[in-house]
Structures are given as C-alpha cells and as structure tokens.
Design a protein around this ligand. Sequence first.
Ligand SMILES: Nc1nc2c(ncn2[C@@H]2O[C@H](COP(=O)(O)OP(=O)(O)O)[C@@H](O)[C@H]2O)c(=O)[nH]1
Ligand SMILES: [Mg+2]
Length: 353
Amino acid sequence: MNISEYGWTAEREAAFLRGRGTVPARIISVQRGLYGIVSEYGEGTARLKGGIYYNGMTDKFPTIGDFVEVTILEGGDGQIVKTLERSSCFSRKDPYAGVGEQLVAANIDYVFLMMSMNQNFNLQRLQRYLTVAWQSGGTPVAVLTKADLVQDVQAWTDRVSRAAPGVDVLAVSAVTGFGLESLDRYLIPGKTVVFLGSSGIGKSSLLNVLAGGELMKTGEIREPDARGRHTTTNRQMFLLKSGALVIDTPGMRELGAWEVTEGMTETFGDLKLLSEQCRFSDCTHTTEPGCAVRAAIESGELSADKLKLYRQLERENAYAIRRERRRQILGSRAGRKPEKRQKHKNAARQQDW
Ligand SMILES: Nc1nc2c(ncn2[C@@H]2O[C@H](COP(=O)(O)OP(=O)(O)O)[C@@H](O)[C@H]2O)c(=O)[nH]1
Ligand SMILES: [Mg+2]
C-alpha cells in the first residue's frame, strides 16, 4: 500500500522522522474512539495511545483526514502517538457543549458546500458556511444538488454566484448525472474534498454515483419539511477511481462560527471596503451620518441581510475568542487532574459526531 495515494506528499515524507518504529498513516474513519487508518501496511484500525493523549501531553486529537504517526502493534492494529501538522482544518463550534471547537475534517483541499435546490436552499446559511470554509484553509466550492428537480438551473446558480462572489458554483444531479463532469476539476489524484451540508441533500448519493457503487447508505426524506433523516452517522473518507479522496459527513444541523476572523475578511470584503469609506472610523452602521454601508444598502449595492449576518458572525467570533482566552488563562492555572478529565470529554465528543 502506498499512502501517497491518500495525499501523503513528498514534503510530508521529508518531514517525517523514520527509524523510530513508527509509520505515517491517514485517518479514514472515526467511530467511538476507534480510528480507521491507512498506512504502508494497508487498512487497519488504531486507538490513541493513552499515555500521550489523555495525560495532557497534547491536546491535538486527530480527526478524519489527519495524518498521524502510528506504531503498528502485533496483529496489525495501530497505536496513534502523534497528530501531524495540518495543512488545513475545518472546525465549528461544538454543538453539544455550545462552546469550544469541534473538528470536522483535516487536510482538505476543497470544501464542497452543498445545498439542494428545494426547501433546503438558504443563501444566508451558505454565506455562514463559506466564512468558516475560507477560514479552514481549504477552497470552498458551492455545489447545488438535485438539479433534476428544478426547471431553470441557471437561475439558481446565478443567485448563489451573486451571494458568493469569487466562489465556483456548480449544479449536479445524482439521479440524472447532470453536471457531474463539472466536478472533475476538483476530483484530482491525491486531493481531498469534504462534503458538507444538511442531512438529506444528497451528499452520500453523489458520492455513490462518483464512486460507481454504493459506498454510503442514503436515506429517504420526510416531506414536506425536506429535512433528511440522519443516515450518515459517521465520517468516512473514500478513494475514488479518479484518485481523489472524498470525506462524506453526516448532516450538520448547526454550524456555529469558531474564530473566523480571516474567513470573514474573504466573505465580507465588500462590506469592509465600504466601512473604510464611512465618515467615522468606528462607525457602527446604525445611525451615524456619512455611513457608506447604509448608503450602499439604500442604493441596493449591498443587501441588508448580509450586514445582519456579518453582525451575528462578528458577535459569535468575538465570543469564541473571549472563551478561548479564558480557557487558556484557566488552563494554565488549573491543576493536572481536572485538565485530564476535560480532555477525555472533548476527545469523546470529537470522535463521535
Ligand atoms: N431527485 C433527486 N433526489 C436525490 C438526488 N440525490 C439524492 N436524492 C435523494 O435525497 C435523499 C437523501 O439523499 P442522501 O444521499 O442520503 O443525502 P445526505 O443525507 O446528504 O447524504 C434520498 O432519498 C436520495 O434518493 C438527486 O440528485 N435528485
Ligand atoms: Mg449521507
């Protein structure tokens, strides 16, 4: 088995210290503390080495897509001793605890932000996802699914393009095969793509069509609310025939922002430029005279919704940063024991999403 097929590059190999009895591996599935891995020994399973991960020596728990350093034990199972450096990482606010970061996927090249062209369609949510995607270090691509259900596909993609300037917008159908060739430029050997979007929009169906067989189970949708059942309960990575790696994820009910300062600059670049033209440098775009942002809304150049979303994300971002600072301060004061328990809890949550 050659793990370069799984995105292990020459640069990564050069940075990896051989001769210590460990090998590099990639995490291809995560399920209740058990990691599916691929290494030069082939596919197998691995667990975290407790002495390293649960006693405060590291808080870098691996997630799907991560490259890790593994000791292969007798019998073929592995023990993960280190999470290697990430080239990118998509994370969100922990939906269970309401605070803290939850990793979704690591070392991704492209983030497919997927929506179906029915009740699931929501441009505000897309912009929220986009912000987090830019922050991740991967390149976001908007993928509209179920193209067979609508008449005028172009009208839908145009709406999305207007809401997400600079982002490639593609429309596909897993049923008719419409638009599948437009995905080719992203399904490149060794590159990793993560599928994100609500449950029921056709992520697993698209994966199955691209793979030419059923890799993931798909589910029926409960009409009329267009919400899918949660059919994909775990995250898994697949190697397609094209050579690309695809990570399928279960639907995200909620995407809380988690430190998205950089991502916001990308998504809200137009708003930032406008604010620089306001008469007051600390303009809140509410009642101040000479406000370029409100002027742009009045002239139709900027949508009021976008300003609303910006404010909301800014609040969430400020909150996430405050929490993180607080955690760091408390963490450095805290004794070893509570720290250890906390780590355990976080690890369980990250694994079982
Ligand atoms: N009409 C239509 N239905 C689709 C398409 N893709 C998926 N579906 C249906 O949508 C439902 C949910 O699909 P699934 O792939 O499980 O969605 P996931 O939860 O995002 O992985 C299933 O009933 C699929 O048959 C499509 O391109 N067109
Ligand atoms: Mg699915």
